[in-house]
Design a protein around this ligand. Sequence first.
Ligand SMILES: [Zn+2]
Length: 335
Amino acid sequence: MCPRVQRGNSLHPAAMFNPLLRAALSTLAPAGPGGKLSIAIFHRVHAQPDPLFPDEPDRQRFDEVCRWLKTWFQVLPLDEAVRALRAGRLPARALCITFDDGYADNHDHAMPVLQAHGLSGTFFIATGFINGGRMWNDTVVETMRRCSQDQLNVDGLGLEGLQMLELNTLEQRRQALHRVLNAAKYLPPARRSEVVGALAQRADVNLPNDLMMTTAQVQAMAAGGMVLGAHTVNHPILAGLDEATARDELVTSRSQLQQWLQRDVTLFAYPNGKPGQDYLPRDVALAQSLGFEAAVSTCPGANGQGAPMYELRRFTPWDRQRWRYGTRLALNLRH
Ligand SMILES: [Zn+2]
């Protein structure tokens, strides 16, 4: 082989990216007490790209992301990482892969991809939707996806500021669904169910009941080497609940999971996860007093020595290019 070509290849910026990024990550997140834990957050891995959510990974893209992550980081399960962080014994470039909510595609697509890469992920399950349930946001998404009308009149449904939704093009459908999600997001849960139910009825659509995992699939995840964590029963905004109801959401989701899995469940993820907005200091105290080992938010950043163990930060880049994705993960370590 021509040595000049070989040298040329090894100096190519694309070939240099992985070693350079690993070196930067090792400086920003060294082993031991100065370590920093990155926690990536995902929700779904679709069989095929979802035109309504072009930034959400499909199986092929998730496979690519897993290959990047294991090249750059030392990927470990969150329960292990939490103990290592507490003890000041994180490996260099430590990263966990987490999923929220309990979608069936986590079992069908995310787990096999993780297993093929020899990785473990941590999956937070909203237990009330297992076995045929559907989260309110999916009622909205699937209504907008399946509605056969070009326009949907939502006047009088209780979606503030919305009257007529244009559904002619894919872009219009995407806009419409985000407008409905925003209008419904902070309605009281019972009212919200009513409103999105009425929306689906007016659109005259048949909605799927197999979006979330079954009990058997949750059990298969644990048997397949994945870690399962609690994510409440009904996925409420905890900040909007009284303390007894919030406590019940945490306790019941954990005991349900423990009953299904016949093992301890030690991790918790706050629904929606924005501090001060979606959960309160009260809920942080609850997670701690109920004996969870750690809890995760959706606040971006990484977690160093002394990080609040009941508000661990999570972050996932959305970029498609490898260098952007990797650089953003490195920048996330500055927090
Ligand atoms: Zn969630």
